[in-house]
Design a protein around this ligand. Structure first.
Ligand code: ATP
Length: 352
């Protein structure tokens, strides 16, 4: 077990022509499960490949327990990687595939037997041990790949690059839970790349949300949902994501599209800002509130999704399934103040 530190890691491809990562500095704490979450092309795989040694970063250093491993090849780093598609030897049985990383490192035979049995049990692979991987369904092959990543005891971290891509939707949940159980049982640091927010939020202790080669926010599922520190957290997390409005702060009041929305928490703010509020925190009120027109209401099974018009701005609200509301009516709504954020240069600077 070990702490991995990234110092000013940056990377570009094609001799600087394609930029992939801006400066990233962070410490991966021992034993935690991390998810790297972000849209396609934001640099997740590049960061993972830099950690495992497949790519040498254009700039920066990687340290494991204080030792600089930046120039060490993949096989000399105690970091295992599981790829998007199964990487297995089809000439060998599942058991031999699982044994391989250990045999390579000259682990004693007794120990190998014990480890393989343990991993096979955790992943539910006991009945497949003597079969060749090519004979298994692709999702089971990927589970064997996961097993190969997890079988070593000496790894500082295991990196997963969208490992559930080939897994059937119905089985993803089971596998995520097995992975989680395995993480708890082994205590190894896990880094898990995904562009699927559900996968990231249910799996990880900490989610690193990435955009355009930068980590914009690090936090728990609740942090990213309830306390977005960057506009992108509001936009990317949640379904639908945050509502954004252009707003002006004057004399301690927030005005958007000509409507006074109430006081701002940080009274030192003034000038133009972006206001963000999640559909979950736009709710009807009996007294006070802001007048909106209800444009459209859809029953989404378990909740209603309403499109509202505030002056000339459309906003979404997630409402209780049993709330009586119809399109065409005018109604008073509020933005829950402590869940309504003002952003400046994309960074959250205050709530209302
Ligand atoms: P995805 O979810 O689609 O895998 P990602 O977040 O993992 O995306 P990367 O694959 O790390 O993102 O890509 C980051 C940027 O670097 C993108 O602009 C991509 O086009 C570029 N890139 C990645 N690999 C290479 C390469 N081998 N050569 C040139 N450019 C590359």
């Amino acid at each position: 077990m070990a702490t991995i530190e990234l110092q000013n890691i940056a990377h570009s491809y094609d001799g600087g022509a394609t930029f992939a990562l801006k400066e990233i500095s962070m410490t991966w704490e021992d034993g935690k499960a991390y998810a790297l979450l972000g849209p396609s092309g934001c640099g997740k795989t590049t960061l993972l490949n830099i950690m495992s040694g497949i790519i040498k970063p254009s700039q920066g250093r990687i340290l494991i327990d204080g030792v600089d491993i930046t120039d060490k090849p993949t096989e000399e780093r105690n970091i295992a990687q599981v790829f998007q598609f199964p990487v297995l030897y089809d000439t060998m049985s599942v058991r031999k595939n699982l044994e391989f990383p250990l045999k390579n490192r000259k682990v004693p035979a007794e120990k190998i037997k014990e480890r393989v049995a343990h991993i096979a049990e955790l992943l539910g692979l006991e009945d497949q041990l003597d079969i060749r991987p090519g004979k298994l369904r692709s999702d089971l092959q990927q589970i064997v790949s996961l097993g190969r990543g997890l079988v070593r005891e000496d790894v500082a971290a295991i990196l997963f690059d969208e490992p559930l891509t080939v897994i059937d939707q119905n089985f993803k949940w089971t596998l995520r839970n097995r992975l989680k159980r395995l993480h708890l049982a082994t205590g190894v640091t896990l880094v898990y790349v995904t562009h699927d927010q559900t996968e990231a939020l249910t799996f990880a202790d900490d989610v690193l949300l990435m955009k355009d080669g930068e980590v914009v926010q690090v936090g728990s599922a609740d942090d990213l949902f309830l306390e977005p520190s960057h506009e992108f957290s509001g936009y990317f997390i949640g379904s639908p994501g945050m509502n954004f409005l252009d707003a002006e702060v004057t004399g301690g009041q927030v005005v958007a599209h000509g409507v006074n929305l109430g006081p701002v928490a940080d009274t030192s703010l003034s000038g133009p800002h972006r206001l963000g509020v999640r559909p979950e925190f736009v709710r009807p009120v009996d007294t006070g509130g802001i007048d909106v027109e209800v444009l459209k209401v859809e029953n989404r099974g378990g909740f209603q999704l309403a499109q509202l018009l505030l002056a000339d701005q459309k906003i979404m609200a997630k409402l209780d399934a049993d709330l009586e509301i119809a399109s065409g009516e005018h109604r008073a709504f509020e933005f829950v103040p402590e869940r309504t954020f003002l952003f400046h240069d994309q960074r959250a600077v205050s709530t209302m």
